[in-house]
Design a protein around this ligand. Structure first.
Ligand code: NI
Length: 138
């Protein structure tokens, strides 16, 4: 079993708030992240796949193909978007790093695992240099 990781990057805006809460409560719970005029992050995304190396190529999977999948299913939807408003797979969800990480995993699992012998191992999402979430599918 080998593990290999592709790193990607996107910029996106979001806001942490609950519609049904007052402005004061949102501010108390989420602080600056509740700013009504939104704010942005430079996200770094690490997608790790696992499986057996193919004898003929020496690859687990051609990373050019992995890049295309990540781009089509995730980056295209998120880059320069408003996560709260524009991203179909985040509709109705809090735009937190944790939930975004889980939803990205769900988006990628099927298209990645359509490649024979390749499994999605983990998604790691950095919202800032110091804060990141990891999801392994459970
Ligand atoms: Ni934020």
């Amino acid at each position: 079993m080998i593990y290999i990781t592709r790193k990607e990057h996107f910029n996106a805006a979001h806001r942490m708030y609950r519609e049904e809460w007052s402005e004061e409560k949102n501010k108390a719970v989420f602080g600056k992240c509740a700013n009504p005029n939104w704010h942005g992050h430079n996200y770094d995304l690490f997608v790790t796949i696992k499986g057996e190396i193919k004898f003929a190529t020496g690859y687990l999977m051609d990373l050019k193909d992995l890049k295309v999948i990540i781009n089509d299913y995730v980056i295209e939807k998120l880059d320069h978007s408003n996560i709260n408003k524009d991203v179909d797979f985040m509709a109705g969800k809090m735009a937190s790093t944790e939930l975004l990480c889980i939803e990205i995993f769900k988006q990628l699992k099927k298209p990645i695992e359509e490649n024979e012998g390749v499994f999605l191992h983990a998604v790691k999402l950095y919202e800032t240099e110091n804060n990141f979430a990891e999801y392994f599918g459970e």
